[in-house]
Ligand binder design. Structure first.
Ligand code: BDP
Length: 347
């Protein structure tokens, strides 16, 4: 073998070794969850490269998933392509509770979940399941973006998570496969709730029995009669097709349970301050887009379920509802006093 040939062979071997060590290549959304800085300098901006995954329960065309995607886009753009976040919609990476557990472990890096199931991971989050504590969406947002609301994102660190931002989720109302037109009709019903213990107390106060289960099981449970009723906002009621099997909707807007964007603390702590800044800001900057998409889809989904012939009853007098759940609020008042005060002050 002549010298020239030997040289090009050694060059090839060196290139291969460098590629192997740097782990570059197309492993986007790598299943291992290993995202060590690879620093491969593959043409993107200066600094380490990362390929992360984000678990989302809703389908790709849902406004919240669009928010996740905008977030991922902004991160990619602002990191000059160094940080990619692949959004996995439709609970492909697991239902919300499982996704939160995986994110705590760092096996999945990001997720967007409802603050409903978060209550079992961080006590403070149970406050969002208390009924009628917010007057309307404006009130929710004034609280969330205020000092106390934003501090709830950081308070997740003790639970192995870092909150990045909030997304809209409107208000939740009851729907059933059986006729449902008043608070009385809920008595004795088996109602699916988001998985947390505040919800058990709320259903009990309404004379119903709570059946906590993952979102993805609700359609078949309504269909087979395992449960009589569930509750959610218009977008979820429509997108999940629950209206097909539970076509009686009672608009009582009992809860406003916002969505939250999370990153694993294990992952977060390994990032440079600069990268943390890029991610945090991208999350905050994606909020407005999600809210706009939410507002549009909320209207579309309401129109669609009306057109499908769902029986819709508006609750005109909320007083009996508020009276019924008052003991629950009272029993949690001391536990949540500082958060409830901040919510009250945001009116
Ligand atoms: C929807 C939330 C979703 C929850 C679902 C539920 O967007 O994150 O999984 O409610 O009821 O409104 O579990």
């Amino acid at each position: 073998m002549n010298l020239l040939k030997m040289r090009s062979w050694s060059l090839l071997v060196i290139i291969l070794v460098v590629l192997l060590i740097s782990g570059c290549g197309s492993g986007g959304g790598a299943a291992s969850g290993e995202n060590n800085p690879s620093g491969n300098g593959s043409g993107a901006g200066e600094g380490p490269t990362y390929s992360f995954r984000l678990a989302e329960a809703h389908p790709a065309d849902y406004p919240t998933t669009k928010g996740d995607m905008r977030f991922a886009e902004l991160v990619k753009e602002r990191s000059d392509g160094r940080i990619t976040i692949d959004v996995f919609p439709s609970a492909q990476l697991g239902e919300e509770k499982a996704a939160i557990e995986q994110v705590q472990l760092g096996a999945i890096e990001f997720t967007r979940v409802s603050t409903g199931p978060m209550a079992e991971f961080n006590k403070d989050y149970g406050v969002f399941s208390l009924p009628y504590i917010f007057d309307n969406d404006e009130h929710v947002w004034k609280f969330l973006l205020g000092e106390k609301g934003m501090s709830l994102l950081d308070s997740l660190q003790s639970s192995g998570l870092q909150g990045l931002g909030w997304y809209s989720s409107g208000s939740r109302s009851f729907y059933s496969s059986k006729p449902l037109a008043s608070i009385e009709d809920l008595k004795g019903m088996k109602i699916r709730v988001q998985e947390n213990k505040v919800n058990l107390a709320v259903m009990d106060a309404l004379g119903a029995s709570a059946t906590p289960m993952p979102y993805g099981e609700v359609y078949s449970s309504l269909q087979t009669g395992v449960i009589d009723s569930a509750e959610n906002n218009y977008p979820s009621y429509y997108s999940s097709k629950h209206y097909e099997v539970a076509p009686h909707l009672l608009l009582d807007s009992h809860q406003r349970v916002p969505e939250v964007l999370l990153v694993s603390k294990t992952v977060w702590d390994k990032l440079s301050e600069e990268d943390q800044g890029i991610i945090r800001q991208a999350a905050l900057d994606s909020i407005e887009f999600q809210r706009e998409e939410w507002a549009k889809y909320e209207q579309e989904s309401e129109a669609a379920v009306r057109a499908a012939g769902v029986t819709i009853t508006e609750v005109t007098d909320l007083q009996p509802w508020k009276d019924a759940v008052k003991p629950v609020i009272d029993s949690y008042r001391s536990e949540y006093s500082s958060i409830l005060d901040a919510i009250e002050a945001a009116k």
